[in-house]
Design a protein around this ligand. Sequence first.
Ligand code: GRF
Length: 195
Amino acid sequence: MSRKPRIAVFASGSGSNFEAIAQAAADGELEAEVVLLVTDKPLAKVMERAERFRIPSVAFNPKAYKDKADYERTVLGRLQEEGVDWIALAGYMRLIGPTLLDAYPNRIINIHPSLLPAFPGKDAIGQAMDAGVEMTGVTVHYVDEGMDTGPAILQREVPVVAGDREKTEAAIHAVEHDLYKEALRKLLAESAVTE
Ligand code: GRF
């Protein structure tokens, strides 16, 4: 039997999406193995979550490298050591450059808390609330060199709770945790057919 697809999650913050993916893989809900957490923020809460799941983690300081390509070559070396097949960005606050994109064509995905192309970039929930829209949502998309510009894989609507950022955010996060698993299941099933 062939081995399970190996996923690296990249995250810079709390890591609730990392946890949702790790939990799904641990429960067999996702036929994949989360083999590595990559962070650019050694103190991020996501590191504690990785420890709880006994998933190896690695923190890189991008400022310690000559440029993005140099930084990404080091990250790539570690991904190759771990035999990583897919990269899932989950609150990773950096743009991905050609070094990683060329090494993982159509294998790097991201989750964003809006119905892209609406409200790309930082604080998408705040942007949606400020714009006064009634409906926002979540997008899982392929990553390219732009900021939240790659083609969508799955999207789901989430209503804005007018004037209540906390409730809107909680509803979005709940949908994110579900949608990321669903998108990964879909991609892994499709790639199993084509390989
Ligand atoms: C999520 O809202 C995700 O859509 C965005 O960053 C946030 C990360 O949250 N890209 P968490 O760290 O997974 O809790």
